[in-house]
Design a binder for this molecule. Structure first.
Ligand code: ZN
Length: 324
């Protein structure tokens, strides 16, 4: 079993982060300064503009910390037709390689839509380049990119994956990559999750999902450090207020929820559902005036491989914790 540091027990401040967004520097619609203002107005604390193979410059403001990032490509070792390449997100960089060394047949320069793709020969090569800069790498939308679990499992050097991408979900229902996460976690690997909106068109996709990061202060270093160590959870609706491991299992406090679940290896998970009989020792500990769950105990024997919390609200929106 793997024990992760618990962000709900650590010092710091919760920051609402947009970690995968596009500006008019690539195929987004708003220029970087207006995009920063839009995220500030939407109540975000942190913004990384992750344009395709370009670094957008947007200065931080009093309320919004900006972190330079990009969305970069890599060749798939075993391409799943018709895709030959997939993508990763990187934060904390100050330059990009002119020639990352991948297969030029997979490079693409689309002048009309203002985006380009270059590739590293593999995800491991891209992550290794980023590590040399002290940057942090999470793999973008594995489901949407047709990235196989085998190929993801064989790659090294990335810290986490984009578990939920709001735009992919809205466009074609391929936004939820949590099965990829479960496969990695079940193999005993430490890998963290983020949620993003992958914003291109602020009127329709800004804020579709986000990542809450527990950072010791409002600096780039603190946010990157929190992402390196999984001091975070992701959501497209619910708030997780507290998670605590006890001898019996895991106690969760959250915004009003229909279901609170402990997801584990194989079929060993458990859940409590509003208005339904409880199973085993898992039970609802508190509800709001409408009967929605605000505190629950999820039973778990001590011999788990991994366990993570999922909170589902009345509308079906979810929040996902990292492994507990
Ligand atoms: Zn993107």
């Amino acid at each position: 079993m793997s024990h992760q540091p618990n962000p709900f027990a650590s010092e710091g401040e919760w920051l609402k982060c947009a970690l995968h967004t596009h500006s008019s520097v690539s195929d987004g619609t708003l220029p970087p300064d207006l995009l920063a203002r839009a995220y500030e107005d939407a109540g975000f604390d942190v913004l990384s503009i992750t344009d395709h193979w370009r670094i957008a410059e947007a200065p931080s403001t009093d309320r919004l910390l900006t972190i330079p990032g990009a969305e970069l490509g890599f060749d798939l070792l075993k391409p799943a037709y018709p895709r030959q390449s997939a993508e990763f997100l990187v934060w904390g960089i100050d330059h990009l390689p002119e020639d990352p060394g991948g297969d030029r047949d997979n490079w693409c320069f689309n002048a009309e839509e203002n985006w380009e793709v270059r590739t590293f020969p593999s995800l491991t090569d891209g992550a290794s380049w980023a590590a040399g800069l002290g940057a942090v790498v999470y793999v973008a939308h594995p489901y949407w990119n047709h990235l196989s679990v085998d190929e993801l499992s064989s790659a090294q050097g990335f810290t986490g994956i984009e578990v939920f991408n709001g735009s992919s979900e809205a466009v074609d229902g391929r936004g939820d990559s949590s099965p990829w996460w479960d496969a990695l976690l079940a193999s005993g690997r430490t890998v963290f999750g983020i949620g993003t909106d992958d914003q291109h068109y602020p009127d329709s996709d800004l804020g579709l999902a986000w990542t809450m990061v527990k950072a010791v202060d409002r600096t780039q270093e603190a946010v990157l450090d929190a992402l390196r160590h999984g001091q975070s959870y992701l959501s497209h609706g619910p708030t997780i207020h507290h998670i605590e491991a006890t001898d019996e299992g895991v106690i969760v406090e959250c915004s009003p929820a229909r279901t609170v679940r402990l997801q584990r290896e194989q079929e060993h998970g458990t859940s409590v559902v509003m208005g339904q009989a409880e199973s085993g020792a898992s039970r609802i500990l508190a509800t709001d005036g409408d009967g929605l769950i605000t505190r629950a105990l999820l039973e778990c024997e001590p011999d788990f491989v991994y366990r993570r919390v999922v909170v589902v609200d009345e509308r079906g929106a979810r929040a996902w914790s990292n492994a507990v």
